[in-house]
Design a protein around this ligand. Sequence first.
Ligand SMILES: NC(=O)C1=CN([C@@H]2O[C@H](COP(=O)(O)OP(=O)(O)OC[C@H]3O[C@@H](n4cnc5c(N)ncnc54)[C@H](OP(=O)(O)O)[C@@H]3O)[C@@H](O)[C@H]2O)C=CC1
Ligand SMILES: CC(=O)C(=O)O
Ligand SMILES: [Mg+2]
Length: 566
Amino acid sequence: MPPIPRSTPEIVETSLTGLGLLNTPIFNKGTAFTEEERDEFSLHGLLPPQIGTLDQQVARRLKAFRSQPDAFSKYTFMRDLQDVNETLFYALITRNVEEMLPVVYTPAVGEGCQRFSEIWRKPRGVFLSYPNQDRIERILNHPRYDGVRCIVVSDGERILGLGDQGAGGMGIPIGKLALYTALAGIHPLSCLPVFLDVGTDNEERRNDPLYLGWKHERVRGPEYDNFVDRFVRAVKKRWPHVLLQWEDFAGANAGKLLEKYRNQLPSFNDDIQGTAAVALSTVLAAANATGMPLREHRFLFVGFGAAGCGIASFLELALKHAGLSDEEARSRFYAIDRPGLLMDSTPGMHPSQQPFARKASETESWQHMPDGGVSLLETVERVRPTVMIGVSGQPGAFSEEVVRAMAKHVERPVILPLSNPTSRAEATPHDLIHWTDGKAIIGTGSPYAPVEYNGQTYRTVQTNNSYIFPGLALGIVAARARRVSDGMIMAAAEALAAMSPTVKNASAPLLPPLDTLREVSWNVAVAVAREAEKEGLTALRGADLEASLHATIWEPVYLPFKRRRG
Ligand SMILES: NC(=O)C1=CN([C@@H]2O[C@H](COP(=O)(O)OP(=O)(O)OC[C@H]3O[C@@H](n4cnc5c(N)ncnc54)[C@H](OP(=O)(O)O)[C@@H]3O)[C@@H](O)[C@H]2O)C=CC1
Ligand SMILES: CC(=O)C(=O)O
Ligand SMILES: [Mg+2]
């Protein structure tokens, strides 16, 4: 792969000195401050005499990281490091992506959110709580946020598959933005994690004396909508070009907020659109691997909320691009949600589910459950899906019976248990490989160790939106795109699909290895920015767009410091 262009290093100019400098994570170099810098910034005596290098610091921290007893301790170790020295934090991640990703991101970030109040140390990001709603503008107007170019916001109601985590949900915007920087090179000071604290319906959290969020039931209805609206209006006023990424909102709010705001500012919902892009790339790669073209596949979803509806919409678009009529494309989808197979007779569906509901008449001769619904097993037997996608957050939803039934009818079943974290996956690769006699083509939301079966080693890819959102954000921010179109999401998916090792070798892994995520993000960013240019969504053109992409890249390296006086 061609090397990613880097922006030219600069000099850091600051008036901070002594402990003030050492306690500012974005400036802190710790033992790597040079002799001259120690003179200039009054650092003598605060640091041991040996002058270190970033390489040595990375080696030291890596050793300490590896000596942590478990994933949660590693997560806290990394959160602490981020609050002490950001350059070192990002150097450690970028040099060890495969090892660090499961810690700063899923699955460990899940426990990080559940135990957020227990491990809270230092402020990071902005908490906007419902009782503080009159102060939103004032809070965001602080000069410390002058450089913000992208925001990831959550209200903590659907944290991975772990449900309502209240204020602990802040761990997700922090983790996502860490990947903006680590994987796409967006400057840490451009990134602002925001948490909208509207209370929590998680009683365990509310009853926890250590809980740090607003101890109140979730605010819902018009009060919730108005609160979010005040936030978005304040954001638009403060930073007219900022990118707003919605993350881990519960099903009903996720789709509603995206539709309401996507035409008001550059904005995307990662669970709906980022997930759709990575799932589409994975399915395109699986089509290469199975030799069965996309247009011949039948898709069965288990869990049809924000992520499920998003994936289905983009797969449908791709089927139409592949030449299917609207009707033919729609006919390839079956969606199981809590009531079973979604049919036009199913009560209480939300608007994004309805278009994918099947006609009840179609299932007249099928076996029905006592409540009139159709089960997953019955749907598998009748439909013979070639691709089964799990986004339900229900561990065990892909039971042995269901998987064996699917494998009976399909030579290479494509099975994607995408729910996170690991404890919420619909099935494990180990089980899927055993139940399908090694025939399943698998993508999981969180990472898994390779599986040994019949003397062969099976590796599964991580079908996670982390392949998409960092590059998508870089493309949007660098292009200063006015909006985020479906075309830009599709461009991201196609850029990733083009990098699938299956393009050259059908038996290779579906997605590029995790340690190439920086290259992936760069390619995704370029494709997204070019699509914005093509659709007239950016004022930047050709060489200017290219230059802006390059200039946006920040590297975790130590720069020389100069004292600002007066
Ligand atoms: N790999 C990746 O990149 C991503 C993975 N995900 C994962 O997908 C999962 C779902 O996310 P998201 O779609 O945003 O969440 P939603 O809450 O919007 O959707 C989940 C859906 O599953 C339904 N459901 C619950 N129980 C069952 C069941 N037993 N059988 C069938 N359906 C069921 C829910 O119904 P009800 O509302 O009634 O509970 C809901 O409609 C999460 O675990 C998340 O971590 C999400 C985004 C990206
Ligand atoms: C990966 C992700 O965004 C989720 O599980 O919600
Ligand atoms: Mg998410």
